[in-house]
Design a protein around this ligand. Structure first.
Ligand code: PEP
Ligand code: CO
Length: 451
């Protein structure tokens, strides 16, 4: 029997099949970890999740744009101040480009401070001739290619909680403590980015923003007293994959008496776990955070409407974001029927484009990569589909890093095939580097201006 709002509890998902869960070897150890996590403070406050819901409501109604971006999977080895700062700089740069280019507010959501777990298509992988459990993220096990290292260890759930807490702490400090001040817009451009065409274009834009600020000052606006110039909201999100963890971080909000998953502001359900009859949809049905759902090329209009009815029965703008990841070749044919069906069912959703996950290619060497051109083709197709149907292209969802990596091919200062192995560092999917991300932002701003 389907769980209803009155029968839902944080653990009612256990009655249903849950896909993509690690094979935890010791149930007693897992139960002990769950109890410890239950006793720890929430990472975010329900009131913040409501503020993000309101901001996404603006996106839903065509008055703002969503930028959701960050790592494919965060590494436990890489929770350092520079790594967090560099990611934030790229996010702020992209957001400045989009805000200025499209003259719309940009809602900034990181794939950060908890993006530690991965779904995998195959249960096992073969490395150097040894068959191992596929790597599912540091919150489950180590990436070392040995059978022992790949045994899921529930202690890592606790470690994930603390890593998320320290990342979030620094993110809050940077975004509220002066680093994200718009008057510092020039300083977010890093050397390896600044020299590129996108970096130079950014310099020019930063100068224009500077002039606009000086103009406001000249006509008597006291910029020091405008909090929106000096602080930004960067919200956190991750794929809500490990239901043991999400359940343990779910708390009843003392103000409203409603359940919120306090591991992040926004959680999304992946392409592989969005089955209506399974545990993930049931779990996220019951929490009041903004929720995302990935929709791949196999999603039918009926699937989209049924997910919309289930996850947003009260039709709250901002509650539900559909993150379409159709593939450059398929987006023009697969997306419009979904847009039409959801519009006709009168379910308010934010439509975001993930141009990364259906555009993965494997090189003859075995390296996984993505072509910047395919990413742009999918984005263009996403905007064209919305233009055709008359719906709002609400946002983009991308995987990037602040570092000068060579994981995706192309861009205006192109990464070439023979350069792929120079700095290929990702633990999972290939990410855009800082330059490519900025390049993408300029091109998306142009697409937005044409809406
Ligand atoms: C991801 O966002 O990293 C991911 C695995 O996506 P999807 O569920 O769309 O495959
Ligand atoms: Co990914």
């Amino acid at each position: 029997m389907a769980i209803t709002e009155s029968t839902w509890t944080p653990s009612s998902w256990r009655e249903l099949p849950a896909g993509q869960q690690p094979e935890w070897p010791d149930p007693a150890a897992l139960a002990a970890v769950r109890e410890r996590l239950r006793g720890l403070p929430p990472l975010v406050f329900a009131g913040e999740a409501r503020a993000l819901l309101a901001a996404l409501g603006e996106v839903c109604e065509g008055r703002a744009f969503l930028l959701q971006a960050g790592d494919c999977v965060e590494s436990f080895r890489d929770v350092s101040a520079p790594a967090i700062r560099e990611k934030l700089k790229v996010l702020l740069q992209m957001s400045a480009v989009l805000t200025y280019g499209a003259t719309l507010p940009v809602v900034k959501v990181g794939r950060i401070a908890g993006q530690f777990a991965k779904p995998r298509s195959e249960r096992t992988e073969v490395v150097d001739g040894i068959e191992l459990l596929s790597f599912r993220g540091h919150v489950v096990h180590s990436d070392e290619p040995t059978p022992e290292a790949r045994v899921p260890d529930p202690e890592r759930l606790v470690q994930g909680y603390y890593q998320a807490a320290s990342t979030l702490n620094l993110l809050r400090a940077f975004t509220k403590g002066g680093f994200a001040d718009l008057t510092l817009v020039h300083t977010w451009n890093r050397e390896f980015v600044a020299a590129s065409p996108a970096g130079q274009r950014y310099e020019a834009l930063a100068s224009e923003i500077g002039r606009a600020l000086r103009f406001m000052e000249a006509i008597g606006i006291d910029l020091a007293r405008e909090p929106t110039l000096h602080e930004v909201d960067v919200w956190t999100s991750h794929e809500g994959l490990l239901l043991e963890y999400e359940e343990a971080l779910t708390r009843t909000d003392s103000l409203t008496g409603q359940p919120y998953d306090c591991s992040a502001h926004m959680l999304w359900i992946g392409e592989r776990t969005r089955d209506l009859a399974e545990a993930h949809v049931e779990f996220f049905f019951g929490v009041l955070n903004p929720i995302g759902v990935k929709l791949g090329p196999a999603a039918t209009p009926e699937d989209a409407v049924a997910l919309g009815e289930r996850l947003n029965p009260h039709r709250v703008p901002g509650r539900l974001t559909f993150i379409a990841r159709m593939g450059a070749e398929r987006v023009r044919e697969t997306l419009p029927p979904l847009l039409e069906a959801v519009r006709d069912a009168e379910i308010p959703v934010v439509w975001a484009c993930d141009p990364m996950h259906a555009n993965l290619v494997r090189m003859p060497t075995g390296t996984k990569t993505r072509r910047f051109d395919s990413i742009m083709t999918e984005l263009q197709g996403f905007f064209a589909a919305h233009r055709e149907v008359g719906t709002w292209p609400g946002g983009v969802h991308i995987e990037f890093t602040g570092e000068d990596v060579t994981e995706c091919l192309g861009g205006s200062e192109a990464v070439l095939e023979e350069q792929l192995d120079h700095r290929y560092e990702t633990l999972c999917d290939p990410r855009l580097n800082g330059r490519q991300s900025l390049d993408l932002a300029f091109r998306v701003a142009e697409l937005m201006r044409a809406v």
